[in-house]
Design a protein around this ligand. Structure first.
Ligand code: 13P
Ligand code: SF4
Length: 375
């Protein structure tokens, strides 16, 4: 009897907490509107496509990582609030004017993939590559970092002549790099690097994986010498959940369905899909498709759920039967946004993302190259 009562009490408490949260989020929406009315053009909110609806509804501009950095660089507002993850806010700060302030509403909104490569690990790898190639790697290897990386890695790349890339300009970036140097060192996402290299006709045995936890990446001298692309052993835990079997399932259930996936998915998934592309490309393709078409989408679930609502004339489903959620981006709630905006009304800046000047200078070289290379 006692146990039953305990469970019932727990249920009531859980329901109360949920109701409380819903009410507080509702209040937060009103607080956001009130604060924004006071702050006017002083504030711009940028939101990534994976951001949840309750938060991203306040974004003045919503886009993929490339569009957000391009848009961020043009913004004239004093405060740039980033409804995305840490590396996106850092990039905005690198590209911003010195008098602009970039804010991440919740400092726990990181990216597990970005955390898979540290400056120390990359510098060690670079020295080991130099040792094997018996040459200055700067003349032979082009470092390219995916946008999903810390600012100090962007600075490393900037100093060594390389560029940042995103999923929407990876091919242009690799072509740019190969026009200048014989090899590419690509970090931290092995899948984007491999998928892009494969489209460009690089044989699989010329794309080797560098394990940062092993001496010389776990590779032999010969493998390093013969490689065209050295891929960092990193991945996205959200996109890793999509499997070839999910594609087989939908192909059997709906042979007329089109499968589109993000290039952070493993090669076996990208190979089986009909299309792959950045978050913006996924949205654009589905938007442009005729009514009645069917789509299975291999990317983060908030984006998929949003386009499902946006295009009710099409059948759209998540590729996987499980929830594929970017749990770190999800951490930015309307409550965080309300607190940040009210702080600004009171003259208090909270959660500013400030990249140190020396890192900023070198990282800007790499980001500017990315914007110059274009898509
Ligand atoms: P996009 O550049 O396609 O928006 O992707 C960003 C990202 O983090 C994907 O996981
Ligand atoms: Fe990082 Fe993956 Fe989230 Fe993109 S979806 S921000 S790569 S953890």
């Amino acid at each position: 009897m006692e146990m039953v009562m305990d469970i019932a009490l727990e249920d009531i408490q859980e329901t109360n907490t949920k109701t409380n949260l819903v009410e507080r989020e509702q209040e937060a929406i009103e607080r956001i509107h009130a604060a924004r009315a006071i702050l006017g053009d002083d504030v711009v909110i940028l939101g990534h496509h994976y951001q949840r609806d309750e938060t991203v509804q306040f974004a003045d501009f919503q886009g993929d990582s490339y569009q957000l950095s391009k848009e961020g660089a043009k913004v004239s507002a004093k405060y740039i609030i980033f409804a995305g993850v840490h590396f996106m806010a850092e990039s905005a700060d690198i590209l911003a004017r010195p008098d602009q302030v970039v804010i991440l509403p919740n400092l726990r909104a990181g990216c597990s993939m970005a955390d898979m490569a540290t400056l120390e690990q990359v510098e060690t790898a670079w020295a080991e590559l130099e040792d094997v190639l018996q040459d200055d790697p700067v003349n032979r290897i082009m470092p390219i970092t995916y946008m999903n990386s810390a600012a100090n890695l962007k600075a490393f790349v900037g100093k060594n002549g390389g560029t940042v890339c995103t999923s929407s300009n990876a091919q242009a970036s690799l072509a740019w790099a190969f026009a200048q140097r014989e090899k590419i060192f690509f970090f931290p996402d092995q899948h984007l690097g491999r998928n892009t290299g494969k489209i460009m006709g690089i044989p699989l045995d010329k794309m080797v994986v560098w394990n940062p936890f092993k001496p010389y990446g776990g590779l032999t001298d010969q493998q390093i010498r013969e490689a065209k692309i050295i891929l960092w052993q990193g991945h996205c835990s959200v996109h890793q959940q999509f499997r070839p079997a999910h594609i087989d399932y939908w192909r059997k259930e709906h042979p007329d369905m089109t499968i589109i996936v993000h290039p952070e998915c493993m090669m076996e998934v990208v190979d089986k899909a009909d299309f792959s592309g950045s978050t913006a490309k996924i949205i654009e393709m589905i938007e442009a498709a005729p009514s009645g078409t069917k789509w299975a989408v291999g990317t983060e679930m908030h984006l998929v759920n949003r386009i499902k609502k946006q295009f009710p004339d099409k059948f759209i489903t998540l590729l996987s039967p499980f929830s594929c959620l970017c749990s770190t981006m999800y951490r930015i709630s309307p409550l965080d946004l309300a607190d940040i905006l009210e702080g600004l009304v009171e003259g208090r800046v909270m959660n500013q993302i400030r990249v140190p000047d020396d890192i900023k200078r070198d990282a800007k070289l790499a980001l500017d190259r990315m914007l110059t290379i274009g898509k």
